[in-house]
Design a protein around this ligand. Structure first.
Ligand code: PHE
Length: 341
């Protein structure tokens, strides 16, 4: 028995040296001095030994137990220190590495263009007037001199709602009626920006939603020359100081006379390219002198007042300015496109 105890001690001390982590250490402890360990079992069975052996075996067993407990404690400390060092190594932060860049949001190119456009008009005395996206049939059409069933309604493919005579505005022009009705008979100078909706096939050149910026000036002696000068001033501010501008005769039911405003192509300087379809010119706005019927519907006496109005597409302006070939990029949410602005 004494020999077995000595063996147990030597074996355990040897094994302790090779034990590499705390769970293996716990196991070894359990198998020796633990509750069900060999040494504990021996200590318990001492009573069954012949009387003359009991003292020697008891002493030896207790000695071994103390020696092992002390050795295990020492080893435990060592292992804990090793494990902590390993943990710290694994979780170490290299403070010399460059930081990760924080991705910040940015203004959508359409909103950025709107802001640039507001700035230019603000300097010319035009104030932003907000009007709703959901409109009445009257404001969108009838009061703009486009009565029900008039063929001119075909110019705007319309999203109707289930509510009779309530629709999504097809252009920002209904805002003219709202602004005039609010301010008449005071002279006004406003721009009316916002989203417009058309029940149209989505293609490279047309979306079913897009921003427009409408302009309206009503006063006592406003003439076609004022419209032309104002549009030219805007075009040169927005597209470049040396741009040529031209006006073509056109037709809108709510303006008379009506014009279309063209700017010399920015990409080819008028030489002719794919974007301007080899004409050298880009169409930037529809415009005209406010029709007397519309002035009257807005609350102005057409014999005393006159005015001009214009409307331009925001996304279209960006496309022209930057040579963007596909209008669907604007609402496609592809960051590769959006981050270029
Ligand atoms: N509302 C017209 C359109 O969307 C543009 C326009 C506005 C033309 C104001 C003349 C005057 O086509």
């Amino acid at each position: 028995m004494l020999k077995r105890l000595e063996e147990l001690k030597q074996n355990t001390l040897k094994q302790l040296k090779t034990v590499g982590d705390s769970s293996a250490l716990r196991e070894l402890e359990g198998a020796t001095i633990g509750k069900k360990g060999e040494l504990t079992t021996i200590l318990r069975s001492i009573g069954t030994l012949p009387a003359e052996e009991r003292k020697a075996v008891g002493e030896k067993a207790n000695q071994v137990k103390q020696a092992l407990a002390a050795a295990i404690e020492v080893r435990e400390e060592e292992i804990r220190a090793q494990e902590m060092a390993a943990d710290m190594q694994a979780g170490a932060i290299d403070v010399t590495l460059p930081g990760r860049p924080i991705a910040t949001g940015r203004i959508h190119p359409a909103n950025q263009a709107l802001r640039d456009i507001y700035d230019i008009w603000a300097e010319m005395g035009f104030q932003v007037y907000r009007s709703p996206d959901v409109e009445t049939d009257d404001n969108n059409f009838s009061l703009l001199n486009i009565p029900p069933y008039h063929p001119a309604r075909d110019m705007w493919d319309t999203f109707h709602t289930t509510e009779p005579d309530v629709l999504l505005r097809t252009h920002t022009s209904p805002g003219q009626i709202r602004a005039m009705q609010e301010y008449a008979p005071e002279p006004i100078r406003v721009i009316l920006p916002g989203m417009c909706y058309r029940y149209e096939q989505v293609t490279v050149r047309s979306e079913f939603q897009f921003n427009q910026v409408e302009g309206l000036a009503v006063g006592y002696n406003i003439r076609m020359t004022d419209l032309k000068g104002t549009m030219a001033a805007f075009a040169r501010r927005f597209y470049g100081a040396d741009r040529q501008v031209r006006f073509r005769s056109s037709h809108f039911p709510f303006t008379e006379p009506s014009i279309e405003v063209d700017v010399q192509c920015i990409l080819c300087d008028g030489a002719g390219c794919q974007v301007c379809k080899y004409t050298g010119w880009l169409e930037i706005a529809g415009a005209g002198m406010v029709h007397p019927v519309v002035l009257k519907n807005g609350g102005y006496e057409p014999t005393r007042f006159s005015g001009f109005a214009f409307g331009m597409g925001t996304e279209r302006s960006i496309m022209l300015k930057h040579g963007v070939q596909d209008i669907r990029h604007f609402w496609g949410n592809d960051l590769r496109f959006l981050e270029q602005f």
